[in-house]
Design a protein around this ligand. Structure first.
Ligand SMILES: [Zn+2]
Length: 307
């Protein structure tokens, strides 16, 4: 199996980080390259975040399902100013993300996660793993000594890059033929919900968001749920979630099949039919996630599937 190329990791990261500060961007790309040279595949999952996106994230574990993932309200995260990025590790072939901070893919007895953090720090980043009050392992930021209050008021740091030869990444829409089970799901989402996903056979935040949008569209169409189609599984979406079980047919079943496929489960066909194969996969998923094992996709299972 060939190793994922550096270009691929850079390209995906540029896409995920959005419009971050130019010094943050070039330092991040340099970090990915230096890690790659050490045998570590690292990618960026998030960068610039709007106030609305921050609010939705803040709701998680508070007014919305899931675990608390941030202590920051809108305007209180350095992501809101394009000064922060979050990273995660990627498998050898580039197809699976890893959030295991003890992983040691390059087998040098130092956790890869820490190696990446050290590279980042040498480039001028502050690492969330060093924080005492709210440890945030994926988080890297450059704020030049400014507080979020100052940033909210419009001040911006004067960042100086430590990168000698900035890497240029050309992001091009990929029309290359990528195949695989996740790619089939992405194609289906694109075709039916115009979500404009890159068909890369990788389950990431954009595919997750697209799946939620598809679900919201179906709930509105089939049940008149009047949900806002925003790709955020919030309070309203949760409240309208129905139990989906064996015998069901249609696009909601297909959305569920796709989510399980994204999580590596064999659902015995991506066909919108809730049969024995899907039921068994749901049960395996429930068991693995500490949920009540009944093979029925209700709110709790849905929340876990959308994580
Ligand atoms: Zn972060």
């Amino acid at each position: 199996m060939a190793r994922v190329t550096l270009e691929k990791l850079l390209e995906r990261s540029v896409k995920n980080m959005g419009k971050v500060d130019s010094v943050v961007k070039e330092s991040t790309l340099e970090m990915i390259k230096r890690a790659y040279d050490k045998g570590i595949n690292v990618q960026i999952s998030a960068g610039m975040r709007t106030y609305a996106e921050q609010d939705a994230l803040y709701a998680k574990g508070r007014t919305a399902p899931g675990n608390i993932v941030t202590k920051a309200r809108a305007g209180h995260s350095n992501h809101n100013f394009g000064l922060a990025v979050d990273y995660f590790l990627v498998s050898h072939d580039g197809n699976v993300g890893h959030w295991d901070i003890t992983r040691d893919m390059n087998a040098n007895d130092v956790a890869d996660w820490l190696e990446v953090a050290n590279i980042a720090k040498s480039l001028g980043f502050e690492w969330g793993g060093d924080w005492k009050s709210f440890v945030d392992y994926p988080h890297l930021q450059m704020v030049g000594g400014l507080s979020t209050a100052q940033l909210r008021a419009g001040k911006r740091p004067n960042l100086v890059s430590k990168v000698k030869n900035p890497i240029k990444v050309v992001t091009k829409p990929t029309h290359k033929k990528v195949s695989g089970p996740v790619a089939d799901y992405q194609k289906w989402l694109n075709k039916n919900y115009s979500v404009d996903l890159d068909v890369d056979n990788i389950y990431g935040p954009l595919t997750n968001k697209a799946a939620i949008k598809a679900y919201q569209v179906e709930m509105n169409k089939q049940y008149g749920a009047h949900l806002k189609v925003d790709g955020i599984y919030g309070h309203d979406s949760r409240n309208t979630t129905l139990n989906v079980k064996r015998g069901a047919r249609g696009n909601i079943t297909r959305i569920i099949q796709g989510l399980l496929i994204c999580k590596g489960y064999d659902v015995k066909g991506f066909d919108g039919i809730f049969g024995a194969g899907l039921e068994a996969a749901v049960k395996r998923f429930q068991k693995a996630n500490g949920l009540y094992v009944d093979g029925i996709v209700g709110v709790n299972t849905f929340v876990a599937l959308l994580k």
